[in-house]
Design a protein around this ligand. Structure first.
Ligand code: ZN
Length: 158
């Protein structure tokens, strides 16, 4: 079956940076609903349109087409004394951004009495290479189309 609107596509996706450094080896396949549902980046969908299981391609996306540019207003500091106990570098906390919306911040560094936080996606601001292999294509169910995502083993769980 060919990838077209309202097909459920299962892929293996490896992600590397522009220099070829592997960031995600894509061990677990992912499934998405094809056809403009924003389940995956639009330019990746475009590269897969009309293809079948077995197809492989590598697509390089600029930051603006992937996880977006970095927003430096999301790089913040917080006194260590106000910090919930037990949070370490690499951990996450939820706090409000400048617009008052809750957002996950990564703890990037502990520097003396200060904790450095970053609310950007870890891959924001990066050009990324996506190596994709199509494993399976099937017609999506009416329920999946209504929910705008795929159910099942590699899809969405409710
Ligand atoms: Zn659903």
């Amino acid at each position: 079956m060919k990838i077209a609107k309202n097909t459920a596509v299962t892929l293996r996706i490896k992600v590397s940076d522009a220099k070829g450094l592997l960031l995600d080896e894509g061990k677990t396949p992912v499934s998405y609903l094809h056809g403009g549902y924003a389940n995956i980046f639009a330019k990746l969908e475009a590269a897969l349109e009309g293809q079948e299981p077995g197809f492989q391609t590598t697509v390089e996306l600029a930051a603006e087409d992937a996880f977006g540019e970095r927003d430096e207003s999301l790089a913040q500091t917080m006194p260590k004394s106000e910090f919930p106990p037990g949070v370490k570098v690499g951990g996450q906390i939820q706090r409000l951004d400048a617009q008052g919306a809750p957002r996950h911040f990564f703890v990037t560094k502990i520097k003396g009495p200060l904790v450095l936080l970053d609310g950007n996606h870890p891959l924001a601001g990066k050009t990324l290479r996506f190596s994709m292999q199509v494993l399976d294509v099937r017609a999506a169910s009416a329920e999946e189309i209504e929910h705008r995502h795929v159910h099942g083993a590699h899809g969405h769980h409710h």
